[in-house]
Design a protein around this ligand. Sequence first.
Ligand SMILES: C[S@@+](CC[C@H](N)C(=O)[O-])C[C@H]1O[C@@H](n2cnc3c(N)ncnc32)[C@H](O)[C@@H]1O
Length: 431
Amino acid sequence: MAEEADDRPWRSRMPPVVVPDAPERIHAELDRLSEIQAHREWVIEGLRAHVRNIEHDLELARHRVEELEKHAKNVELQLSGTRAHAENLAEQLAERVRRLAEVEEEARALEQRVRGRRSVRLATHGIFPKVANRSIDAIFALGNRIWSARPDLQRHYPQDHAADFWYWLLWDREGNPDLARVRLPIPDAHLRERVRGGGSEIEYVRSGLVDGWRVDGCLRQGGFDPAAGGALLDFGAGCARVAQYFALYAGRTRVHGCDVDAEAIRWCTDHLDFADFAAIAPAPPTSYGDAQFDAVYAYSVFSHLPEDLHLEWLAELRRITRPGGVVVLTVHGQHVVDEVLAGRALPHLRGPLAAREAALRDRGFAFLPYGALDLRQAGNLGFFESWDLERYGDTFVLEAFVRARWAELFEVVACIPAPDAWQDYVVLRTR
Ligand SMILES: C[S@@+](CC[C@H](N)C(=O)[O-])C[C@H]1O[C@@H](n2cnc3c(N)ncnc32)[C@H](O)[C@@H]1O
């Protein structure tokens, strides 16, 4: 028989089994059995080696998984950092785009006004006589001197355009030591904070001039030219942040301002001579006569009143404005609602406003009294202490409400959605 040991590796393990005197057949059988045994051990050993290999591979795989998990965590961390960075950049970009739109709008308005208006003479006599060395005459005299010496200013602010020149005098004067010396009186920080919620002096001045400029445009849109004379009231003037703009027309237009904030009104009376200021009660009537004014405006007042008071004041404004006169009011409209609900503005209002969203959509009106809010997040805490915070808060008025309820009292000339990204402007005319 041919030897098979070469291709049967277990054969070397087979112990020779020798049974003396046993017949050949038994030896053959014993050989076969020991071969089966040897084969079995060989297979088992092979399997063990295989299992060891698998275990080794498994260990390697486990190790690799751990490394991959660590890597994934790192990537996740990097990703969230990158996401935050991208969100930040997107926010900055959106802010710049918003600002650009504002600047564009201002530039457009400026261009239109430069094109469309004839020469406006400045009537400054008698303005601010109480404030020594700070009269508007002195400011204009200095401004004119500087303007005459600077061709760049002459290009940007043609002298026949009084509003632009006024704007430059107050806006850009900080860069000029002469003008800085004779600047207009500016209220203390706590009064400024009540109407604007903080910010520097120059921001206060700028914001008032920009808002006043927009109100001016709306008054003209309604048919009242503040440069042409008449009686104008700033309702809820506070410390005259917006009214300061209308000092430009003092001497021709009789400017008035009123507010429930007696301290702010006292400051106005003590420091500003271009207008008559009066303190009023928190609810109508005022002591103004029927049809006393040709035009009334209220910036960011109807964005704070509850519905009943808001409608009562509307009726009072109609009473004191002559028939055919103009009323310009600003409100928090759809744009601010969207910003708040998206969490991009006034974050402390998001929850309370979301809870009233259905009613707001249905009626177009929502009032969130400050008494129901956590004012620690809103700032201005000291100021609100003495107020009835169930009757003052944040009010949202959608265009549908204006067209339904305000139209009962006034002709609605225009609803201008948030040109400053904050307040909608509503232009009304008395019938
Ligand atoms: C946000 S401030 C705006 C002030 C000013 N119009 C401005 O834009 O700078 C709201 C003004 O409404 C006045 N106000 C508060 N309650 C009022 C009420 N019941 N009736 C009339 N005005 C009120 C406040 O005193 C405050 O000056």
